[in-house]
Design a protein around this ligand. Structure first.
Ligand code: PEP
Ligand code: MG
Length: 965
């Protein structure tokens, strides 16, 4: 076998790394994102400083070997340094023309700012002198040296960053310098001397040998893969399965060589909105870290046209080349050294969901990518952020008039927010845990703040540009952000923000718009997103570009997907919202929620209080047989409770009926799956003394009756107790009342011209007999209603089916399908019972389970494919075997989770059902699943016309080939 190659050179118009894999995705796995981009740009003839990439594999092996380099790596690094020396005519660590390099991390997936970088490596006392002689710029050379000493000390040797800051500040104070750039050569010489002392203080030696510097820096970058913030970032962003980081060693080019030098970062489109305009910022006479760290506020890229027109023109050309090469929005880094432009990085740009939608739609419309590619590219899991609130326009205008603008910064990440000010990430986390809405305000953020940013409503910084840490990370999280609001004077110790005469203290409210970059004192109402406003008729579609593009993307998705998308909705308002979100039916209407509305809980409680007694007496009556005397005595006992029992049901019937009418009217001819009562009855009774007394007072009964009933209903394990179809079997009159309400409601709306499609769903079935009994009861009620109305046939179809949410139900799905016309997978309970995790208590340990890799994801959020998913698969296969046209859906929470939707597509369900706001997520995720797994899906209920047209029954072979069943 060929020996492992760990290092790939790029330079002189050639890049060895181009052959490591057949496509960019493969190259990234080996060379990392940055290494792959550098190879790509070099091969495309763009001006890239020469260098080499050490593979991710080398990092993984080094970390595995306990920080030892794998065999052969040292020789390869040495050979590549020699190559670099040869190509550049410079010498490493010595000589009159010294080779200085940067050492940068770069994993396959970008993790901005999470891992380490060392710049200006190769400087020592000897090369410093050469650099001075070579450039004639002593100040520049000393500045480069002190930066290197600081980075090397901090990143590689672990000397406290603060020690260097302190040393630098003391020199600045001594010399009356405000900014670093105010220091002259003498000042910088002093800084170098102070830094040497900092090394001594820490008991560390600064290596003069460049090879030692390089080896230690490569090791530091390797190890930074496993630093806590990188690990946290990977957890937060669900980055898995990567080997480690690649390391790029590259010829240094300097943006800090004077007024004709500079450095910047840019996006080929606006990463916040997706607008097709060159977007970025730069600083003249600065090194890259000055832009990213946000220490000086950079200039907008367009102004470079005045400062260095040639470089700007070249950059604009490169922008076009990169977009048409990658067919995606790129995020680039560049440096201008004495008027010459160099490209240091290109990668797919991180963007907000707003930008992702706009860029994808516009690129597809411009013919740069296909519609399928546009659909595949937008992260479906983030889509619901489009519905995030914005500041109320009227209140925002009023706040402006009242002079409540605190500051204006950059609109770094969109969205409106209002919350209490906190200044530290850990405080943000603690307050958020208490349920407070917080706005994290920092002078600038660093990777340590990521946890606080994740829980904040929004982030505000005083320093930094559109590509500062705060801006990039907040955008990635979908958190609104205003960056670089330079007027804010933030005092961490006093916990105040001051802007002229305005003071905002910790805990006080501010509001902000991440669309405009404005921060306001006090509270401003946040209002629905533009999409919601259009859906509700408050805004016209033509007034909202966002709505138009969102609709296009979702329209394209609908043409691709095979899965239908329904919603879980219990009331007409939710059904209406879901319809506007594109729901094609209701997959789960939980009827129990209706019992809590208004006064109806009183009726239901009356029923519960006597239900057991009535049941017992009726059983005694049946057992009495021909014994007239006994029967008469029982009748007497039964009279009062039974009257109460019947009256409660009679009160509930019209209420339920009108609930269903409302839902049928909203849903029109789309299917509505209504589940009969599911939760244990005790959930409807008050458990606390005060509430029990209130109930007793309302009903005019002794509180002890309530207490006795609650005690008699106590179950040790109510989730496995008297609930679901067991209730319907124990108290058939409740099921009968519900079925009657459904049928009568459907008849009523039929009379109004609607064409309802009710589907009656029996919950928690584990044995076919349970379903049989409930089905017989349902059919009996339907017969009764028909007879009462003199109808031979109902004027609408009614399907009767079940939930598959008990493992036994899944395993015996072939039997159950003899009775069920549809299955809806209740994966909340199926996960609970399949994994043996209590839905209510598993939160205590599931976090640990995921961290330790026992489960890849929380199985209540993302379907556990290996276990619960297999139960679903078995049930699908067995169900279809018995009843080939059985309709299969899912209504557990997983129905709106993209990875679970993908699984549902793969196992061939007909539809997923999820909460109203996740309907668009499911529509997009279903389309993405269909693009990823083009074969093996059923024709869906979403496209009956097409399905009929394809006549699958007559052309099974062709249909199968096309992925239709
Ligand atoms: C389920 O169990 O997945 C389900 C949808 O039912 P519920 O959450 O109401 O138990
Ligand atoms: Mg359930």
């Amino acid at each position: 076998m060929a020996k492992n190659k760990y290092v790939y050179f790029f330079g002189g118009g050639k890049a060895e790394g181009m052959v490591v894999a057949k496509d960019e995705k493969g190259r990234k796995q080996i060379l990392g994102g940055k290494g792959s981009g550098l190879a790509d740009m070099t091969a495309a003839g763009l001006p890239v400083p020469e260098g080499f990439t050490i593979t991710c594999q080398a990092c993984a092996e080094c970390n595995e070997l306990g920080r030892k380099w794998p065999k052969g790596l040292a020789e390869e690094v040495e050979a590549n340094i020699a190559k670099l020396e040869q190509l550049t005519g410079k010498t490493f660590g010595r000589g009159g023309n010294p080779l200085l390099v940067s050492v940068r991390s770069g994993a396959a997936v970008s993790m901005p700012g999470m891992m380490d970088t060392v710049l200006n490596l190769g400087l020592n006392d000897e090369t410093l002198a050469s650099l001075i002689a070579l450039t004639g710029n002593e100040r520049f050379a000393y500045d480069a040296y002190r930066r290197f000493m600081q980075m090397f000390g901090d990143v590689v040797l672990g000397i406290e960053h603060h020690d260097f800051e302190h040393a630098l500040q003391s020199v600045k104070d001594r010399r009356g310098a405000k900014l670093d750039t105010d220091l002259d050569v003498t000042g910088l010489r002093e800084v170098v001397a102070e830094y040497k002392k900092a090394y001594e203080h820490a008991g560390k030696a600064f290596p003069q040998d460049a090879r030692k510097q390089l080896e230690a820096s490569i090791n530091a970058v390797f190890q930074s893969w496993n630093n806590p913030r990188a690990i946290k970032y990977r957890q937060l962003n669900d980055i898995r399965g990567l080997l480690g980081t690649a390391v790029n060693v590259q010829l240094m080019v300097f943006g800090n060589m004077g007024g004709d030098s500079g450095t910047g970062v840019a996006f080929t489109r606006d990463p916040s909105t997706g607008k097709n305009e060159f977007y970025g910022e730069y600083l003249m006479n600065a090194q890259g870290e000055d832009v990213v760290a946000g220490i000086r506020t950079p200039q907008p890229i367009a102004t470079l046209a005045n400062v260095d027109p040639a470089a700007y023109k070249q950059l604009v050309e490169i922008r076009g080349k990169l977009e048409s090469h990658y067919r995606d929005m790129q995020d680039i880094e560049f440096t201008i050294e004495k008027g010459k432009l160099f490209m240091l990085q290109t990668r797919s740009g991180k963007r907000t969901i707003f930008a992702a939608v706009r860029a994808a739609v516009e690129m597809a419309e411009a013919g740069l990518i296909t519609r399928d590619q546009a659909v595949a590219r937008v992260p479906s899991g983030q889509l619901s952020q489009l519905f995030a609130p914005v500041l109320d326009r009227k209140e925002e205008g009023a706040a402006e008039k009242q002079g409540r603008i605190l500051a204006k910064g950059l609109p770094a990440s969109p969205g409106g927010a209002c919350g209490q000010v906190v200044f530290h990430a850990d405080v943000a986390e603690a307050w958020a845990k208490e349920g407070k809405k917080v706005i994290l305000v920092r002078i600038e953020t660093s990777p340590e703040d990521v946890g606080g940013m994740a829980v904040a409503q929004a982030v505000v910084t005083a320093r930094g540009g559109m590509t500062s840490h705060a801006a990039v990370v907040a955008r990635g999280m979908g958190t609104p952000c205003v960056a670089g609001a330079g007027d804010l004077r933030i005092d961490y110790s006093a916990k105040t923000i001051t802007v002229q005469d305005k003071i905002v203290r910790e805990g006080e409210h501010v509001s902000l718009s991440g669309f405009t970059g404005t921060v306001y004192v006090g509270q401003i109402k946040v209002q629905p997103s533009e999409i919601i406003q259009v859906q509700d008729g408050v805004l016209k579609p033509e007034e909202s570009l966002l709505f138009q593009q969102y609709s296009k993307l979702l329209g394209w998705s609908d043409r691709i997907r095979k899965l239908g998308v329904r919603t879980n909705a219990d009331i007409p308002r939710d059904a209406d919202r879901a319809s506007k979100m594109g729901a094609e039916g209701i997959g789960l209407c939980r009827t129990e929620h209706m019992f809590f509305e208004g006064n109806r809980i009183v009726s239901f409680r009356r029923f519960i209080l006597v239900a057991d007694e009535v049941k017992r007496l009726r059983e005694e009556l049946a057992a009495a047989g021909d014994d007239q005397a006994k029967a008469a005595a029982i009748h007497q006992k039964l009279a009062v409770p039974e009257a109460q029992y019947n009256q409660a049901l009679a009160e509930l019937l019209p209420l339920q009926r009108s609930d269903f009418e409302g839902i049928f009217r909203v849903m029109g001819s789309r299917p509505v799956t209504i589940r009969l009562l599911d939760p244990p009855l005790h959930e409807f009774l008050p458990q606390e003394d005060a509430n029990q007394r209130e109930m007793a007072a309302t009903m005019g009964i002794d509180v002890q009756i309530i207490k006795n009933t609650v005690a008699s209903m106590h179950e040790f394990n109510p989730m496995l107790g008297l609930r679901g179809c067991r209730l319907g079997i124990a108290y058939p009159d409740v099921s009968a009342m519900q079925v009657r309400a459904i049928i009568e409601a459907a008849l009523k709306v039929c009379g109004e011209g609607f064409k309802p499609h009710p589907e009656i769903m029996i919950p928690l079935v584990g044995a076919v007999k349970e379903l049989q009994l409930q089905r017989e009861l349902t059919e009996k009620v339907i017969q009764q209603v028909k007879a009462e109305r003199g109808l031979k046939k109902l004027p609408f179809p009614v399907k009767i089916g079940t939930m598959i949410e008990v493992p036994r139900g899944a395993i015996t799905a072939d039997e159950i399908a003899t009775v069920a016309e549809f299955f809806s997978f209740g994966t909340n309970d199926l996960t609970q019972m399949g994994c043996g995790f209590s839905r209510d208590d598993a939160g205590k340990f599931l976090g640990d389970y995921v961290r330790q890799g026992i489960y890849d994801y929380d199985p209540f959020q993302t379907l556990d494919r290996g276990g619960v998913g297999q139960l679903v698969k078995i049930a699908v296969e067995k169900g279809r075997k018995t009843r080939p046209d059985i309709k299969l859906g899912i209504c557990g929470e997983h129905g709106g989770d993209p990875m679970s939707v993908e699984f549902c597509h793969m196992v061939g369900l007909n539809y997923v059902s999820c909460s109203p706001y996740r309907v668009p997520v499911a529509r997009l995720a279903a389309a993405q699943a269909a693009l990823k797994h083009p074969y093996g899906q059923p024709a869906t209920e979403a496209k009956p016309a097409k399905r009929a047209a394809k006549k699958p029954a007559r052309k099974p072979a062709k249909a199968r080939k096309k992925g239709k069943r």
